[in-house]
Write a protein that binds this ligand. Structure first.
Ligand code: AMP
Length: 180
C-alpha cells in the first residue's frame, strides 16, 4: 500500500496562479471527492486522539467545516464553527487577523466553549499561520485547552506551524508541499 503521505498528495490537485499569479493553490476538493482518500485523511487526523476525551472540534470556515465535522463525528465530539465576521447569529467574540493585503476578522459564539474543554482545531491547510493564530487566540480567550491544531496540508516554508507551536499548541499535518 502507498504511504499515507504519498496517497494523500496524489489526491490533492494543484492549480498554479490561483487566485493570483505566483500562488500554487492546493485544492482538496479532489481529495474530498475520492471516497478512499477522504476516509484515509480523516482516519489519519483522528488517529492520535482515538480513545482520548476530546470535548469539541473547532473548524475554520470553510474547508475546516468539512474536515472538522467528520473528525468530530469520529471522536464523538461536538463541533464548533469559527467563521468570517457577520455570519454567526448569536453573540460573538471577534479576533482580527492579517491577510496578504489588509486585515479581516473571525468570530466564535461566546457560549461555544466552556472553560477547560479539550479542543482540537482543524483546517485544510496552514500557510503563514495567520488564520490559525486568530482561531487559537479566540479559543484560548475562552479558556479552551487546545490539545492540537491539525491540518491536511503544511506549507513549511511559510512558517505557520512554527508560529502556532510558539503559542503552546502542538501542530499535526499530513502532507507538506514546498513553496507558497
Ligand atoms: P494562512 O493564514 O496564511 O495560514 O492561510 C491559511 C488559509 O488560507 C487556509 O484556510 C487555507 O485554506 C488558505 N490557503 C492559504 N494558502 C493556500 C494555498 N496555497 N492553497 C490553498 N489554500 C490556501
Amino acid at each position: 500500500m502507498m504511504s499515507i503521505e504519498q496517497d494523500l498528495r496524489q489526491a490533492i490537485r494543484t492549480i498554479p496562479d490561483y487566485p493570483k499569479p505566483g500562488i500554487m493553490f492546493r485544492d482538496i476538493s479532489t481529495l474530498l471527492g475520492d471516497p478512499r482518500a477522504f476516509r484515509r485523511a480523516i482516519d489519519e487526523l483522528v488517529q492520535p486522539w482515538a480513545g482520548t476525551k476530546i470535548d469539541k472540534v473547532a473548524g475554520i470556515e470553510a474547508r475546516g467545516f468539512i474536515l472538522g465535522g467528520a473528525v468530530a463525528h469520529q471522536l464523538s465530539a461536538g463541533f464548533v464553527p469559527i467563521r468570517k465576521k457577520g455570519k454567526l447569529p448569536y453573540k460573538t467574540m471577534r479576533m482580527a487577523y492579517s491577510l496578504e493585503y489588509g486585515v479581516d476578522e473571525m468570530e466564535i459564539h461566546i457560549d461555544a466553549i466552556a472553560k477547560g474543554e479539550r479542543i482540537i482545531l482543524v483546517d485544510d491547510l496552514i500557510a503563514t499561520g495567520g488564520t490559525a493564530e486568530a482561531a487559537v487566540k479566540l479559543l484560548q480567550n475562552m479558556g479552551a485547552d487546545i490539545v492540537a491544531a491539525c491540518f491536511v496540508i503544511d506549507l513549511p516554508e511559510l512558517g505557520g506551524a512554527k508560529k502556532i507551536e510558539s503559542l503552546g499548541v502542538p501542530v499535526r499535518t499530513l502532507v507538506s508541499f514546498g513553496g507558497h
